[in-house]
Design a protein around this ligand. Structure first.
Ligand SMILES: C[S@@+](CC[C@H](N)C(=O)[O-])C[C@H]1O[C@@H](n2cnc3c(N)ncnc32)[C@H](O)[C@@H]1O
Length: 281
């Protein structure tokens, strides 16, 4: 009887590269942070890893300018999420990385920002460990650091931002995340929300409902560190309106220290009223 594929497990797809030529060598996986977009923010270690790659498995957010730093002979595989055709499931990406390394190849898994900040790098590391494949991690500049730097707004600041917290705006189910809103609503701290554009209204409502002032400065940064970076300075209450025009990857940054930010656009009109949001109990 033929083995059946377990339910919910995607079909196995593998791109065969034919292994390393000549003497067989040990392959390895390098989980490399490509930074937020500006190639100048790539680390020297990331550059070295790219230069030694036989195959580069990359996300959609990584620019061609960075991909071109890999040897011309290196195979490039995009595992970007696509609306029009099949996207690779995480389990398929894990299998691909392991299989290439077991072929003796140097595999660079290139990710936007840092591989361990909302990058699913931990899952890929675990897959390599389970398969007994060497896995090295090269940190990258996460989007929040570039966003704060370019805006001239420190994420921590004596007197007004004694802590910074990175949170996701999206739960695995696609809905609002289950966060400790009361703790995030305390004043004098910065909250950076990744993947929060579509849930901005709910997040602002939760924070205000938990006691954070609607007038707290907030910054929306789209395409941080890229040529088309856009920064909108608003308030926590104004976040839903300020995210309406956002099309690219963006961060929502809430906190008193954002009052120092230099926007490329002021939120128009200035939102001074609290949004009318329904809070789930
Ligand atoms: C899957 S997470 C990856 C984060 C990435 N690992 C990092 O460390 O920056 C994708 C989210 O990161 C944020 N992001 C990534 N690059 C960005 C950029 N250049 N500008 C603004 N936000 C960015 C957006 O919130 C986007 O939805």
């Amino acid at each position: 009887m033929r083995n059946r594929k377990p339910k919910n497990e995607p079909a196995r797809r593998l791109v065969v590269l034919g292994g390393a030529r000549g003497e067989r060598r040990e392959g390895a996986v390098w989980l490399v942070g490509a930074g937020p977009g500006d190639p100048d923010l790539l680390t020297i270690k990331a550059l070295k890893a790219l230069q030694g790659a036989d195959v580069v498995v990359h996300d959609g957010l990584v620019s061609d300018e960075i991909l071109d730093l890999a040897p011309a002979a290196a195979r490039r595989i995009s595992v970007a999420k696509r609306k029009s055709r099949h996207s690779y499931a995480q389990v398929e990406i894990n299998r691909m990385l392991v299989a290439f390394a077991q072929e003796g190849l140097n595999v660079v898994r290139l990710k936007g920002g840092d591989p361990f900040i909302f990058g699913r790098g931990g899952e890929e590391l675990e897959a390599c460990r389970e398969a007994g494949v060497d896995c090295h991690v090269v940190p990258g500049v996460t989007a929040a650091l570039a966003a704060g730097a370019n805006a001239g707004a420190p994420l921590t600041h004596r007197g007004s931002a004694q802590a910074v917290t990175f949170v996701t705006g999206h739960a695995a189910s696609g809905s609002e995340p289950d966060l400790d809103w009361e703790s995030l609503a305390k004043a004098n701290q910065t909250v950076v929300i990744y993947m929060g554009v579509s849930t901005a209204a709910g997040i602002a409502g939760r924070l205000i409902g938990a006691g954070r002032a609607g007038s707290t400065p907030a910054l929306v940064v789209e395409n941080a560190s890229r040529a088309d970076e856009r920064r909108v300075l608003t308030t926590l209450a104004g976040l839903p309106a300020a995210t309406e025009q956002v099309a690219g990857p963006a961060l929502l940054i809430v906190g008193e220290a954002m009052a120092l930010a230099l926007p490329t656009e002021e939120a128009a009109p200035a939102v001074l009223t609290e949004p009318k949001l329904e809070l789930r109990r």
